[in-house]
Design a protein around this ligand. Sequence first.
Ligand code: CO8
Length: 258
Amino acid sequence: MAYENIIVDTRDDVATITLNRPDALNALNGDLLRELCTALEEADTSDKVRCIIITGSEKAFAAGADIAEMADKTFVDLYTTRFFENETDRFNRTRKPIIAAVAGYALGGGCELAMMCDFIIAADTAKFGQPEINLGVIAGLGGTQRLTRFVGKSKSMDMHLTGRFMDAAEAERSGLVSRVVPAKDLLGEARKAAVKIAAKSQIAAIAAKDAVNRAFETTLAEGLQYERRLFQSMFATDDQTEGMTAFLEKREAQFRDR
Ligand code: CO8
């Protein structure tokens, strides 16, 4: 499919989706988000894709939801059209692993989009923030909930109330990002991680994502039970047999997603 606001490059089992509205620092408007969701759905169902990367430009992953598109909307508009609800639901239905590769600004909806991915690799130029308070509003794509779970109440409150930005080192220190790399290596490192994930059993990767995400939704006892059942169900797969046999035979496993 032809896209106007994103670029999709699929190779080596990895789909890289680049947000591409350079004139607006990749601000997230409805068209971009809908294209992103369609690209994710295509990747999720494609035999050629086993891991997905979402990235932006050197200057901005995304500088937030598109303020120009939102400015004239009323409460009734947002409420009756379920503004961006469908898009976030579509995004969250993606089963394959998604890595956010973030350079430059990841602000407001941009920070929230990065947090909706499964993990974040940041360039040393990355700046994260929830500056919606400067616009007289608050975060609306999960920032108050997800950032708080990532970095704890105190830092999350600080970010949401002052609107200040967090640099890459602080983001790594506080658990928002999994690692920080030099800006020039960002895509290379993200691709290396994605190719590594793509070589695993797809069933195990999806189950791991499912189980980790469950930690955000439930009690420890329920989460442990969920993990136990998923672990047990892995033993109904050929990939478990192959993975363990390959280890014992001292060779590389050849997973077949069965
Ligand atoms: N929306 C629309 N346009 C934007 C946005 C944005 N979020 N951010 C930047 N732009 C545009 C600018 O208007 C400018 O356009 P133009 O050249 O036509 O004037 C262009 O991008 C370049 O921006 P700047 O000239 O401002 O670049 P600077 O390097 O000087 O500054 C900043 C970069 C600091 C990133 C600055 O652009 C900025 O502060 N941007 C806004 C950041 C922000 O407030 N983000 C939060 C937006 S609100 C939000 O995300 C809510 C999400 C919840 C949605 C809920 C739905 C249910």
